[in-house]
Ligand binder design. Sequence first.
Ligand SMILES: Nc1nc2c(c(=O)[nH]1)N[C@H]1C(S)=C(S)[C@@H](COP(=O)(O)OP(=O)(O)OC[C@H]3O[C@@H](n4cnc5c(=O)[nH]c(N)nc54)[C@H](O)[C@@H]3O)O[C@H]1N2
Ligand SMILES: Nc1nc2c(c(=O)[nH]1)N[C@H]1C(S)=C(S)[C@@H](COP(=O)(O)OP(=O)(O)OC[C@H]3O[C@@H](n4cnc5c(=O)[nH]c(N)nc54)[C@H](O)[C@@H]3O)O[C@H]1N2
Ligand code: SF4
Ligand SMILES: [Mo]
Length: 732
Amino acid sequence: MNSISRRKFLKITGFSVGAAAAATALSPMIKGANRINKEKVKGIQKIPTYCDICFWKCGTVAYLKDGELWKVEGHPNDPLSKGRLCPRGTGGIGAVSDPDRLRSPLIRTRERGEEVWKEVTWDEALGYIADKMQKIKTQYGPESVASFSHGIGGNFLKHTLKAYGAINFAAPSFAQCRGPRDVGFELTFGEAIGSPERTDIENAKCLVLIGSHLGENMHNTQVQEFANAVQNDASVIVVDPRFSVAASKAKYYLPIKPGTDIALLLAWMNVIVSEKLYDVDYVSKYGFGFEQFAAELSAYTPEWAYTETGIEPELIRASAREMAMHKPATLVHPGRHATWYGDDAQRSRAIALLNALLGSWGRKGGFFYPASYSLPGYPYPAYPTSTKEKLDNPGKKYPFASEEITTGIREATITEQPYPIKGWFIYATNLIHALPNQEETIKAIQNLDLMVVVDVIPSEIAGWADVVLPESVYLERYDDLHMSAFKETFIGIRQPVVESPADQKPNWWIAKKLAEKLGLGNYYPWNHVEDYLDHRLKAGGLSLEQLKKEGIIRGPKPPIYFEDGIVPEFPTPSGKIEFYSLQLQEAGFDPVPKFKRPEQAPSGYYRLLFGRAPVHSFSRTQSNRILMDMMEENEVWVNQDVAEKWGLKNAQHVRLKNQDGVVSNKIKVKVTERIRTDCVYMVHGFGHNSKMLKGAFGKGASDAGLVTKYATDPLMGGTGMNVNFVTFEMEA
Ligand SMILES: Nc1nc2c(c(=O)[nH]1)N[C@H]1C(S)=C(S)[C@@H](COP(=O)(O)OP(=O)(O)OC[C@H]3O[C@@H](n4cnc5c(=O)[nH]c(N)nc54)[C@H](O)[C@@H]3O)O[C@H]1N2
Ligand SMILES: Nc1nc2c(c(=O)[nH]1)N[C@H]1C(S)=C(S)[C@@H](COP(=O)(O)OP(=O)(O)OC[C@H]3O[C@@H](n4cnc5c(=O)[nH]c(N)nc54)[C@H](O)[C@@H]3O)O[C@H]1N2
Ligand code: SF4
Ligand SMILES: [Mo]
């Protein structure tokens, strides 16, 4: 890292106090975090890999000092990390040394959920699972084992399950995260946003963030690009009921009434169309149905929107004009965690339409056309075929769902319709914290004959399992090749840096051994994952040896903007950008998004909002002692006036009670002016109640526990979770 980039890094981490602490708090912790490397090589060793503290997959260099894990840094040649990790990634070594880690396979000995186990060998555990899976196959068919997984580490297990005959696979990244956004953009431009997002934040001259709290949401490349954009004087517009870290960088901050973003988006478009501020050439060349769209907009004046959103008409006009002034380099960020109110695909479509007016799709400073490396898959035998349909979305109830719906599988497991689900195979997803309404999740679990959880720590979901399989953490294992679509093509490798401390095993090993137990060994023609990786790389003229050494191999840099030679293609039914959507109309939905007023809070209640903290990922890092040191518990943000009304003091503990009477753990109050009076806010992922998670147990409160209600998106089945209200219960 040269001195300029280090300065920039400090600038980025300067986004928040917690993040800035990351750089300094590490060194004393590292000594205790060491793991012995088998060879104990003297001196410094650098081993490239990629991070797994979240799903961004930043290229990383791990350092060993005299054979012991010392630190991790960003890989300087990686287009995603650009040589710098986010604070969570920097604390990744804490995942290796976490004293709460699962150490050996466990089989449940008492009632489900009581968390009483016996330690068993891998042979016993996998034999037990294979036996139960064969029974399910005989009685119900292999389709009755479903899989939930999140992240690249699930690839090999999915392969084993597909070989077995499973067809139901889902991840919370669709119906609990970015699904509505991707569907909204597909309906408009014919293509999804994807991950990493195809957003050219760095080159934007105007960046609009609608609840995308970059700087707290720490997706590394985006935060770095955001910092660069700010440095280059991009004008920033932030819409958020809470004065976020991003809002502190904004030229225009719009403290919107929660749930009314569609009204704001319609009014912005009304201004841009009625004042003819849109990209006229672009719209006439690529647009479909613009006239009908424009006609529908005419009612949505800023004055109308003011009554819904609470944003002054003049602020709406000024911010709309600002966007138009910088077009096409105006990026209205599509967000990521878009499952808010149940009308989310339409809100995302409104965001897509605003971008279309500004001509930012396919343009520098807007949305680029991503490129990725492509290698042939490994030549495996064909999977068995099934006569049954996937059951997450029966009868295409949600006609525009483009991926599987986790909560659909959950519902089918409860109702046993259209056919029973009797086994859940869960890899790296803590469904208790990730899915809304924990009661429904537990009800589904109680209907199972087999529940297997592969995790690294005793998470809440592991607490409900019949068999818990302890995985090696990312710094101890290989995973599949990383070939994300981004601004240029590249391949990254995850490879072991240190040995696992106990009887943990990597996912590829677990998947292969389970396949063998199931009599499916022919699906693993390779002996070690290195053979698999080398085979795939050789097919692309590369080698494992080279990739292990370099960590990242960069490929060609094809054009990514229209102006550089990308041919504009819109794979929609009309072949154009659909300002007016006939396919939505035919399916009985609004062809142009309409605003529906969200349900109001009962008196004395406040809307529960939640989001990210810079030093934690979801519910997975609270027991990482390095990250815990920087943030041990969450707080509930309460507006000053509300606090006064309730007699709440800063740092006092309260419990939150939601509209259904569910009461949270104790949580500390943060009295602040930085949030509206109609909502409260907390960081997601805290409030662990798994007894074996000693470091994190009982610290802070869980938003997920309070999300008993959810609003399902009729277009694609996403679960809007910002529809819960809470009130305060005083601690004696
Ligand atoms: N209430 C509420 N619900 C939400 C959200 C929210 O903000 N609030 N956010 C939503 C969003 S945006 C998303 S993307 C999802 C995220 O949902 P999940 O991906 O389920 O996130 P986590 O809750 O962190 O659960 C990850 C699990 O993987 C385990 N794990 C970590 N590393 C490894 C590993 O190397 N191997 C294995 N086998 N396991 C590992 C962790 O211990 C943890 O149990 O949640 C969604 N649900
Ligand atoms: N540090 C860290 N970074 C992460 C993650 C992590 O776990 N930790 N997870 C990653 C993942 S998978 C995801 S999906 C993203 C999620 O991050 P984002 O997609 O950026 O944000 P959300 O979690 O949806 O939204 C939280 C923000 O929306 C605001 N908000 C709530 N309701 C409304 C509303 O009605 N209107 C508007 N305009 N704003 C509202 C909240 O005040 C808060 O600032 O973060 C990613 N980055
Ligand atoms: S964004 Fe941070 S936690 Fe996520 S992969 Fe990159 S360095 Fe790791
Ligand atoms: Mo997410």
